[in-house]
Ligand binder design. Structure first.
Ligand code: MTE
Ligand code: MO
Length: 409
């Protein structure tokens, strides 16, 4: 290890201990997994595994701010992603290291009759808690597989997770404040800030119709427990069906505005080609772009790993997950012949239209050697995953049919 790496490591440890002790009263023990690293299926895909407070060892993308991916094997543990395995993404290095939930305030300002500054207790007192099971997926999930490759964090498939969120509808809070006529959007932000004044704040905007639809939640619990610190403690905005970039962590400010918000993270970053597939011919710049919004349909095999051997004589149990933006998964099929024929799978319990949907199938390998298994989902609106490389310059919203090669012996 060279001096620079050594320094980075020491700095990271000090920084984590501070967060661990101050944050949720946790003692931070730098846990390393037995494997120490995990390798993704693209060049330079090896990631160190490191355990932050309240987290099992996750794949380190960047340390400042923490950007951690879920090792894919966690998705076979169940249809809900365990809190300690859930991925972590921040943009700004100055994220909170310590939050006193009793002091936390959610401020609602702008075009409202009565500006609010709610304590957690007041927020929880606004109505009956609501629950939704929903997928949080980073817009850049799977970016590392883009061909040709694109700039940005080289992510595998672990920047997603599915959890049961408990909170109060954003609508209830906005009604409490009384939205005035002429409202067009609400902007949302959390406690993290840039270090340099030239760096834009992480502020996102939702159209007023979405904000008042009753679907977005201000959540304080994830899978029945307090939100993990790094996933947005003490409250986080949940926008079911939308990419994670809108799911503001450590939510502190909501402002109702009468125009379309022009901030950097809406108008410059998170741009996708303005068409249905959100894609362009690989390598070509889109003519027109827009802010990314809803999830695209995807499916994965979760119980086998790349290069695993399976016996020819036996049938092989296949299992996985599928999800979309909330239209509802209707079928998942798999192929062992390069997509010429597709075989049926059976869907598991329906946990709601925004949740991962489990699927299972039985596969009988026909011949020895390397076999590429493919899986594709279709939703109730007839949307399917593309068979060809889905590409855009940001590496966003990738949803090409997945291929996983096993070795039949
Ligand atoms: N306050 C705050 N909230 C944020 C972000 C951030 O940088 N700061 N990043 C967003 C992005 S891009 C993603 S993908 C999700 C990740 O949520 P998680 O870290 O809880 O998995 O948080 C979103 N909310
Ligand atoms: Mo993200």
């Amino acid at each position: 290890m060279n001096q620079q790496d050594q320094n980075n490591k020491i700095q990271r440890r000090q920084f984590l201990q501070t967060m661990g002790i101050a944050a949720a009263g946790l003692a931070f023990t730098p846990l390393r997994s037995q494997a120490d690293s995990e390798t993704l299926g693209f060049d330079n895909g090896t990631r160190e595994l490191i355990a932050y407070p309240q987290k099992r060892p996750l794949m380190l993308v960047t340390a400042r701010p923490p950007h951690l991916e879920t090792p894919f094997a966690a998705f076979k543990e169940g249809v809900l992603t365990p809190n300690d395995a859930f991925f972590v993404r921040y943009h700004l290095p100055n994220f909170p290291l310590s939050i006193d939930a009793d002091q936390h305030r959610l401020n609602v300002t702008g075009l409202v009759n009565k500006p609010l500054s709610l304590s957690l207790k007041e927020l929880k007192g606004l109505g009956n808690p609501v629950e939704v099971i929903a997928v949080n997926q980073c817009a850049g999930n799977s970016r590392g597989f883009a061909a040709p490759r694109v700039f940005g964090a080289q992510l595998g498939n672990g920047s997603m997770g599915n959890a049961r969120w408990t909170g109060i509808p954003l609508k209830t809070v906005l009604e409490q404040a009384g939205v005035k006529a002429g409202a067009k959007q609400v902007t949302v932000r959390g406690l993290d800030h840039p270090v340099l004044p030239a760096t834009p704040e992480f502020v996102k905007a939702l159209d007023i119709d979405l904000a008042l639809s009753g679907e977005p939640l201000i959540a304080w619990a994830m899978n029945g427990k307090d939100l993990p610190f790094l996933n947005g403690y003490p409250i986080k905005l949940i926008v079911p069906g939308y990419f994670g970039t809108y799911w503001i962590k450590h939510l502190s400010e909501i402002e109702v505005i009468d125009h379309s918000f022009e901030g950097f993270f809406m108008k410059n970053a998170y741009q996708v080609p303005d068409n249905d597939c959100l894609c362009v011919i690989a390598g070509v710049a889109p003519e027109k772009t827009r802010s990314i919004t809803q999830l695209k349909i995807r499916s994965f095999i979760t119980n086998l790993s790349e290069g695993q051997t399976v016996p020819l004589e036996n049938t092989v149990a296949l299992q996985g997950i599928a999800f979309d933006s909330g239209k509802g998964i209707s079928t998942v099929e798999f192929s062992d012949d390069g997509g010429r024929q597709w075989q049926a799978t059976s869907l598991g319990e329906d946990l709601g239209k925004y949740s991962f949907r489990e699927w299972r199938a039985t596969w009988k390998p026909q011949s020895k050697g390397k076999v590429a298994l493919q899986v594709r989902a279709r939703n109730r609106a007839g949307e399917e995953q593309p068979a060809t490389n889905m590409w855009n310059p940001g590496g966003y919203a990738r949803n090409t049919i997945e291929t996983l090669a096993v070795i039949v012996v």
